[in-house]
Design a protein around this ligand. Structure first.
Ligand code: ZN
Ligand code: ZN
Length: 338
C-alpha cells in the first residue's frame, strides 16, 4: 500500500483536523516541517535578498516588491516554514519514506533569486529542487505548473539548466511572461516549455494541450521526481486568472501525473499548492487532487463539485491546436521527438 503524506503549515490546522489520518484510510500522515535554514534559502536566493527579507519583516510594514507582497511581521519565519515543507516533502518522496507528498502552502513560483514577486517571498520549488540536486545528486526533476499564472520565478532560476519546466497559464496578465518562444538558453534550451492560454480557454482545450505535450515530454525526459504545482486560479470565476476551468481539469491532470510518475519514477510526486483566490473552490479542488493521488477518491455527484457550469465548451480549440503545433515544431523537434 502506498503511504501518502501531506504537510500542514500550522499547528492550528493540525488541531483543527485531528481525525485526518482516519479520513484517508491510514494512507496519509500530516507532518510539521522544520523551517528552512538560511543555508537552504541560499541554494536558490542571494544572501543580499535573504537579508533584505529579514530586515523588512522586522520592520513589519511596506512591501517586498512594487506592491503585491507585503512585509508583515513574521513573514520571514512563515516563508521559511513553507520552504521547509517543500524540502521535507521532496526529501521524503525521493528517499522513498512516502510515495507522494502535498505541501498546500508551497508552489511560490513567482519568487526570483533576488526578488519577491506576486505574493511569493522564497521560491520553495527552486529551493527543494536545488536541495535534491545538492544532497541526493538528482539530475532530472520535472516541474509541471498548472497555476493560472506563468511560473516565471522557477523558469528564470533554471533557465540555463536542463531541468524540465512545463507551465500552463493565462497569457497577457501578471507577470506578463510565459510566451511560447521562451524555451530556455544554453544547456537549458528546450527545457522551458510554455503553453500560453487565452481567457476562457476551458477544460477541453487545456486537457487537449496537456495530453499532447506532457505525457510525451515526461516519457522522453524520464524524470527522477516530478513536482506538480497545482494552483487553482484558472478555475471559472477566479478573479485573478479566469481560464474557465472546472474541477475536471484539476482531477484529470492529477490522475494523469499520478499514473505517469508510477510508470516513470516509482510514483515520486511532490504536490505544491500555489494560487487560488476563490477559497472554497480552491480547497475543494485540492481535496479532489489529494483524493486522486491517495486513491481515496470519494463518490461524488456533480452537485458536490465546485463548478457552476459543467457543460461549458471551450472557445479556443483552434487556437490551442496552433499552440501545440508550434511547441511540437520547436521543443519536440529539438529533442528529436517528431
Ligand atoms: Zn496564480
Ligand atoms: Zn500512488
Amino acid at each position: 500500500m502506498d503511504l501518502h503524506t501531506r504537510f500542514n503549515q500550522s499547528e492550528e490546522n493540525g488541531a483543527r483536523y485531528p481525525n485526518e489520518r482516519r479520513n484517508f484510510e491510514d494512507k496519509a500522515e500530516v507532518e510539521e516541517p522544520a523551517p528552512a535554514t538560511v543555508d537552504d534559502l541560499l541554494l536558490a536566493h542571494s544572501r543580499e535578498y535573504v537579508e533584505f527579507v529579514k530586515r523588512q519583516t522586522n520592520l513589519g510594514y511596506g512591501f517586498l516588491d512594487s506592491g503585491d507582497t507585503p512585509a508583515t511581521k513574521g513573514l520571514f519565519e512563515g516563508s521559511c516554514s513553507v520552504v521547509g515543507g517543500s524540502i521535507l516533502g521532496a526529501r521524503k518522496v525521493f528517499d522513498g519514506e512516502c510515495t507522494h507528498a502535498f505541501n498546500v502552502g508551497g508552489g511560490l513560483h513567482h519568487a526570483k533569486s533576488t526578488a519577491a514577486s506576486g505574493f511569493c517571498v522564497f521560491n520553495d520549488i527552486a529551493v527543494a529542487a536545488r536541495w535534491l540536486q545538492k544532497n541526493r545528486g538528482v539530475r532530472k526533476i520535472a516541474v509541471i505548473d498548472i497555476d493560472g499564472h506563468h511560473g516565471d520565478g522557477t523558469q528564470s532560476i533554471f533557465y540555463n539548466e536542463p531541468l524540465l519546466k512545463i507551465s500552463f497559464h493565462r497569457i497577457g496578465i501578471f507577470p506578463q511572461t510565459g510566451y511560447i518562444d521562451e524555451i530556455g538558453d544554453g544547456e537549458g534550451q528546450g527545457y522551458s516549455v510554455n503553453i500560453p492560454l487565452g481567457g476562457s480557454t476551458g477544460d477541453e482545450a487545456v486537457l487537449y494541450a496537456y495530453g499532447e505535450i506532457v505525457p510525451p515530454l515526461l516519457r522522453w525526459y524520464k524524470p527522477e521526481i516530478v513536482f506538480f504545482v497545482c494552483g487553482i486560479d484558472g478555475h471559472q470565476g477566479d478573479p485573478l486568472a479566469d481560464l474557465s476551468l472546472t474541477s475536471r481539469t484539476y482531477l484529470a491532470v492529477a490522475e494523469s501525473l499520478h499514473e505517469l510518475t508510477h510508470e516513470l519514477c516509482g510514483g515520486k510526486l511532490l504536490l505544491l499548492g500555489a494560487g487560488g483566490y476563490l477559497l472554497d473552490v480552491t480547497a475543494r479542488c485540492w481535496a479532489l487532487i489529494f483524493s486522486a493521488i491517495s486513491q481515496t477518491r470519494p463518490q461524488l455527484k456533480d452537485t458536490d463539485l465546485p463548478d457552476k457550469d459543467v457543460t461549458e465548451k471551450s472557445q479556443n480549440m483552434a487556437r490551442i491546436k496552433d499552440t501545440v503545433e508550434e511547441i511540437r515544431q520547436t521543443i519536440f523537434k529539438m529533442h528529436n521527438l517528431l
